[in-house]
Design a protein around this ligand. Structure first.
Ligand code: T1G
Length: 703
């Protein structure tokens, strides 16, 4: 066989074992090994064949690193045909997560068994793809078109017991020796004279499909995943499964898969897949850096953020102590948590008894002495540096040696906070995004003195609580918020140039942003930015700067919380509505500033908002604040809802072309002054050398 696939006879059962860590992905050598083993089994004494995997999981999909490179024989469909046309039953033995091409291999087998903890799924859509090896043709034949549509367009895995109910697997194997269980199952099949059950022999009765089913699905899916085309192509594949014979359906699937795998959307989404995993790795930290055990956590501050953070830990079974200044505030904080969980229960996403169990993990106190034994403290109080320093000094006096002291600050100087303690090596930033129990991003901030094991622990515990972690050094706003400055500034400057709030926000929402910057400001509260600006001393004295945001706050229009900001809001639905009063005000203020308003194109709106973001990202890379351009992409996709189908701001800049970005910034500098438009030296260097951020990163050995 090969070093990644072995084949052995166990009595009259041939066993193919794949062993290609970390996830038994279908690399060329795995495909070749399986094909050779299946062919060998046709000629030997075996009466049935079991296909299983070593390690943590059954095959978890095609090898994504091979996409974008010239395909190598044998192609996966060829391997699946050999399995399906075997003269002897082939039984897939599944553990871990049989995903994508891995589950498609199992579907080409005649029978599928699995341990109860296993999951099966077709997550290709999350990479901008569709199952390209028969998944869209076999799943509807087994489980029906509607179940197939839900499973393939969501990309979510299905647990083995449910998969058995759906017919996707035939047997749940008990005990902890899957190979023995699968061999026994194969013997039972032989003993019962079970036929060579091929999924392709099942046909779907078109009469069972309601009229308009596929068109309705297309409309519904188009709303859910703006800017992504995979969902539409999946619907087309399912239509083919109903209307065409198997081989023609497979041909249609292969054709649409090829379209997707060469699409910019899929390239962007595959980039984010690897970027997310890369971001968790700290370049100069040895991979085996020990982490500190986190058995109990304290959260200082029971506001929206503190409550959300507490839920993150309770959700994975870690007891949490919520600390507030008095009992009234504490009860309010605990009430926020109960309310959040109740909403999840009402949505049917959390059983009532489970909610009580989670809430039971969260206790409260107003006494710091009660948190002397915790392993990790996360401070989540108001964004005031002096208050934070005071709290850290108290924590220093109370917490046990070795406790990690983290701050959730979104802007403040983590080094200054660390200096308020006698243990700066134990201080780290852990910046959650609101709502903390929902948003995936965790921006960990490395202080000058933060110890290696503290950093490693922040990354590990972040992954444990289900976050996507990225590392930042200390600067004002770290990675995400620092870059956001120019984005929000230009959104308001564009109003002075002639845009309505709706024009600005729609341009960015058509690009794929979940919400435009002005609507986002209304959601967060315009007074938040207003207060932050009041505290800053570095802003230019420019009457255009944040003019509308300031005026609206001073009029009491703080955004959704006051019913109006840049927009008016329906009190019931909170739907935004353009406000002629604001649009008149904009014109009036522009006239006062003697600005001649003009039509502004969507293209200019995008460039004016995104290029400052990209330019700041280049500075952040030069200063070593972020480890890699792809880390910045991870921050924006998981923390700021930058569309994953665009790959993040730095990936997007590489697609636009850094020379185009640079030239546009120079044009804006001519038009609006170098106060705001000064190209980052790294951007200028790469634009002039014709390089991308990704190439620059690889040359630095950071990929
Ligand atoms: N190809 C290549 N590398 C992969 C991989 C894959 N499919 N899946 C994981 N890795 C690497 C990953 O980069 C990381 O590398 C290591 O394995 C551990 O991953 C034809 C076309 C299986 C649930 O989309 O969802 O099949 O950082 O950190 O948290 O129709 O990996 O260690 O160097 O995520 O335990 C479809 C993707 C592919 C599944 C395990 N399959 N993988 O999670 O570990 S397209 C997928 C996952 C396809 C067919 C189509 C998860 C996991 P490194 P990890 P984990």
């Amino acid at each position: 066989m090969s070093d990644v696939v072995s084949y052995q006879l166990h009595g009259n059962i041939g066993v193919i074992a794949v062993n290609s860590p970390p996830v038994n992905a279908l690399s060329q050598s795995v495909r070749e090994g399986i094909l050779n083993a299946v062919n060998q089994a046709q000629a030997d004494a075996s009466e049935a064949v079991v296909l299983r995997c070593e390690g943590r999981t059954f095959i978890a999909g095609a090898d994504i690193t091979e996409f974008g490179k010239p395909p190598k024989d044998p192609w996966l469909p060829e391997v699946l045909s050999a399995i399906e046309n075997s003269s002897k039953p082939v039984i897939a033995a599944i553990h871990g997560t049989a995903l994508g091409g891995g589950f498609e291999v199992a579907l080409a087998c005649h029978y599928r068994c699995a341990v109860a903890a296993a999951k099966v799924g077709l997550p290709e859509v999350k990479l901008g793809l569709l199952p390209g090896a028969g998944g869209t043709q076999r799943v509807p034949r087994i489980a029906g078109v509607k179940a197939a549509l839900d499973m393939i367009t969501s990309g979510n895995p299905v647990a083995a017991p449910k998969a058995k109910d759906m017919g996707l697997i035939d047997e749940v194997v008990s005990g902890d020796d899957l190979e023995a269980g699968a061999i026994s199952y194969a013997q039972d099949l032989l003993a019962s004279g079970a036929p060579l059950k091929r999924v392709r022999d099942i046909t779907i009765d078109p009469e069972t499909i309601e009229p308009g089913f596929f068109d309705d699905a297309r409309k519904r899916l188009a709303k859910r995943a703006r800017g992504q085309i995979a969902q539409d192509r999946i619907v087309s594949c399912l239509e083919a499964a109903v209307k065409l014979p198997m081989d023609e359906g497979l041909a249609r699937e292969r054709e649409l898969f090829q379209e997707l795998v060469t699409s910019p959307e899929s390239a962007a989404m595959r980039h984010i897949f690897f970027a997310e995993r890369q971001a968790a790795k700290i370049k100069d930290l040895p991979k085996d850096t020990a982490t500190r055990p986190i058995k109990k956590v304290a959260i200082i501050g029971g506001g929206t953020m503190g409550g959300g953070i507490a839920m993150c830990f309770a959700n994975v079974g870690i007891p949490v102590v919520l600390v507030e200044v008095n009992d009234e505030a504490l009860q309010r904080g605990l009430g926020i948590i109960r309310k959040n969980y109740s909403i999840t229960v009402q949505k049917g996403k959390l059983p009532e008894d489970k909610m009580e169990q989670l809430i039971g993990l969260i206790s409260g106190t107003t006494e710091y002495a009660d948190i002397a034994d915790v392993d990790l403290v996360i401070e989540a109080v108001f964004e005031n540096l002096d208050l934070k320093k005071e709290i850290f000094a108290k924590l220093d006096g109370v917490c046990k040696q070795g406790a990690i002291l983290a701050t959730n600050t979104s802007y403040q100087d983590v080094d200054a906070i660390a200096e308020a303690t006698s243990r700066p090596q134990d201080v780290v930033g852990m910046h959650f995004f609101s709502p903390a129990n929902v948003m995936k991003l965790l921006e960990n901030v490395r202080g000058e003195k933060t110890a290696d094991d503290v950093l490693a622990t922040a990354m590990a515990i972040g992954k444990k609580i289900g976050k996507v972690c990225a590392l930042s050094r200390v600067c004002y706003g770290f990675i995400g918020n620092r870059m956001l400055g120019g984005y929000g500034r230009e959104a308001q400057m564009l109003l002075m140039d002639g845009c309505t709030p709706e024009q600005v926000d729609s341009a960015l929402e058509n690009f794929g942003m979940a919400m435009g910057p002005l609507a986002m400001g209304d959601l967060a509260g315009l007074d938040v930015g207003y207060k932050a600006r009041q505290a800053r001393t570095d802003l230019p004295d420019d009457p255009k700067l944040y003019r509308m945001g300031t005026l609206l706050v001073e009029m009491g229009r703080h955004g959704q919380k006051t019913g109006s900001g840049f927009y008016k809001y329906d009190p019931e639905t909170r739907r935004r509505m353009s406000d002629p009063e604001v649009e008149a005000m904009i014109k009036e203020e522009a006239a006062k500033l003697e600005i001649e308003q003009r039509e502004v194109s969507e293209e200019e709106i995008l460039a004016r908002c995104f290029y400052p973001l990209i330019n700041e990202g280049a500075k952040i890379l030069e200063e070593g604040i972020a480890q890699r351009p792809s880390d910045i992409d991870v921050v924006y996709v998981f923390g700021y809802a930058f569309p994953v189908a665009k790959g993040g701001p730095m990936f997007y800049a590489d697609q636009v072309g850094l020379k185009n970005v640079y030239d546009k910034i120079c044009e804006f500098r001519e038009r609006y002054g170098e106060e705001y438009w000064q190209p980052a030296p790294l951007l200028e260097e790469l634009a002039k050398s014709g390089k991308t951020f990704a190439e620059w990163d690889r040359e630095r050995g950071n990929a």
